[in-house]
Design a protein around this ligand. Structure first.
Ligand SMILES: *[C@@H]1O[C@H](CO)[C@@H](O)[C@H](O)[C@H]1NC(C)=O
Ligand SMILES: *[C@@H]1O[C@H](CO)[C@@H](O)[C@H](O)[C@H]1NC(C)=O
Length: 497
């Protein structure tokens, strides 16, 4: 009830009683009569403010938008980034339709699910064996794994009843939000529905996302996602990074785009434009990163950093867990490798090594472990297959978070200011990161809803579109200029000889 704060507590002027009706209209059902002390002038101000609040409230209600969310990827951790944005749009009074594998259990008014169900979701599916003996070509193996997932999700979604229902309803949407990750399949659907597209990336930008947004690829210090390098790279590191960036982009162009095109054309006919071209129409991209964690990068205004949008208000912990944390005299170490990875699949020798090491510690340890039992589990260890990560991380007794450095966990650790092992660079600066993470001109959710309404109001935010989207890479990176300059230089040197 922000407007009550207009009156300083120590003010001793005359009292008036604001009509209960105003209170009711503002939906503050708990205040039947608001006692406010103020002079005539202050009352006028108060009245104007109330009127302004009322008119903006009514205006916001009237201009509600029809918003569609298309999220065919079955990974729950990705959906944790999209879900709060879609919910928050519904809570602002918009009509929101969400096509996904994860129906909302208690949807707000205006939030409508169309479930893609019937397909196994990807939680706890990654086997740790694939991380044994990694080689450099594994990054490309990972690419093909993502590509395969993308193809399956595209095929499944395009043939689903959910999509048939959506297309049959003859819906007109003001704006479409969709995940852009390992396939651009949904750009075909957006093309048929004729609405501007906001892309959401629950990871940092993929190598194939930069050019469509007119964002420069600078492999000298921006690591390609797949290599896991830091910003400071040696020459061999930069060489590997350059090759990764461009090869992954090429692989995407030659495998993923034609695969999505084939599925879309099979369903909607041969005149469907290529999703490679449609992707250039993406009006805006929300990306789950924040400069405090992933480093400042040159981004066009159409790429908006929303890292941490999924972090919610604190919830009370389970009684047993709360006691385990509170009574930890020497602090707590929290180990979790995210929702996708089954820690249980780790080689027995490594598991036993962790158990043995924990036994020797004074600290208590919480471990995300997907089995009810763990051989030789020490007394100072708490295991569970599901843990409220955000609330554990913000507990003052938690000293270290050992993570696979997934974005969700890392951003929650950044928010809570908990040091992380996996990305040691920010151990010392956990506090600074936490400050930058919490202090923004707008919260991540407010930023998200503001931009969605902007794209809808401007029918695609054309002013944000960088001219470079339609340029060749050769021209974009001035390679033609370098070529001309070096030819001139070579010719003049040859002339002088
Ligand atoms: C798509 O799914 C159908 C039925 O499940 C299958 O027959 C077809 O081969 C799949 N197509 C692709 C490109 O995966
Ligand atoms: C838990 O581990 C035991 C022993 O390793 C195994 O037999 C059992 O199947 C596992 N249970 C689950 C639910 O994975």
């Amino acid at each position: 009830m922000g407007f009550l704060k207009l009156v300083p507590a120590h003010y001793k002027g005359p009292s008036i009683c604001v009509l209960p009706k105003i209170a009711d209209f503002l939906l503050f059902n708990d205040c039947r009569c608001i006692l406010v002390k103020m002079t005539g002038l202050r009352f006028a101000w108060f009245y104007i403010t109330v009127l302004l609040i009322l008119t903006s409230f009514v205006a916001a209600r009237r201009h509600n938008l029809k918003i569609l969310g298309l999220f065919p990827h079955p990974g729950i951790s990705h959906f944790h980034f999209f879900h709060p944005i879609m919910r928050s749009l519904a809570e602002r009074g918009h009509e929101v339709t969400v096509v996904s594998h994860f129906p909302d259990k208690s949807p707000p008014v205006g939030y409508h699910d169309i479930s893609l169900g019937g397909k196994e979701t990807l939680a706890n599916t990654v086997d740790l064996q694939i991380f044994e003996n990694r080689r450099i070509y594994n990054h490309f193996v990972e690419f093909f794994m993502l590509h395969e997932w993308g193809k399956v999700a595209c095929n499944h979604t395009i043939r689903s009843d959910a999509l048939t229902r959506l297309m049959r309803q003859d819906n007109k949407f003001d704006v479409i939000l969709m995940e852009q990750f390992n396939t651009d399949c949904m750009m075909g659907v957006a093309h048929l529905l004729r609405a501007p597209v906001i892309a959401l990336s629950s990871c940092a930008l993929m190598p194939w996302h930069y050019e469509r947004m007119g964002s420069p690829i600078i492999p000298s210090y921006i690591p390609a996602l797949f290599l896991g390098q830091s910003e400071e790279m040696s020459l061999p590191g930069r060489l590997a990074n350059w090759i990764s960036f461009h090869v992954l982009k090429l692989l995407y162009d030659y495998y993923s785009i034609p695969a999505a095109d084939a599925i879309l054309r099979y369903k909607f006919g041969q005149d469907m434009p290529s999703v490679g071209e449609l992707a250039k129409e993406t009006a805006l991209m929300f990306v789950n990163q924040h400069f405090s964690l992933s480093g400042p990068k040159p981004l066009p205004p159409s790429v908006v950093e929303l890292g941490g949008v999924h972090i919610q208000k604190a919830k009370p912990l389970d009684v047993e867990l709360q006691r385990f944390l509170d009574n930890a005299e020497y602090g707590v170490i929290f180990i979790s490798w995210g929702s996708m990875i089954r820690a249980e699949t780790m080689p027995a020798a490594k598991r036993d090594a962790i158990v043995k090491a924990v036994k020797r510690l004074k600290q208590r340890v919480i471990w995300k472990w997907e089995n009810d039992s763990l051989i030789n589990k020490p007394d100072n260890m708490y295991i569970s297959k599901w843990l409220p990560q955000r609330d554990i991380l913000c507990h003052p007794k938690v000293k270290i978070f050992m993570t696979h450095a997934g974005l969700m966990g890392s951003s929650e650790a950044a928010y809570c200011g908990t040091p992380v092992i996996a990305t040691p660079i920010y151990h010392e600066s956990a506090k600074a990161v936490s400050y930058a993470y919490k202090h923004r001109p707008q919260t991540a959710l407010e930023t998200a809803t503001w931009w969605v309404e902007y794209v809808a109001a401007t029918e695609g935010a054309t002013l944000l579109k960088s001219h470079s989207v339609h340029m060749s890479r050769f021209t974009y990176y001035c390679l033609d200029t370098y070529l001309v300059l070096s030819s001139v230089a070579t010719l003049s040197i040859l002339n002088c000889l």
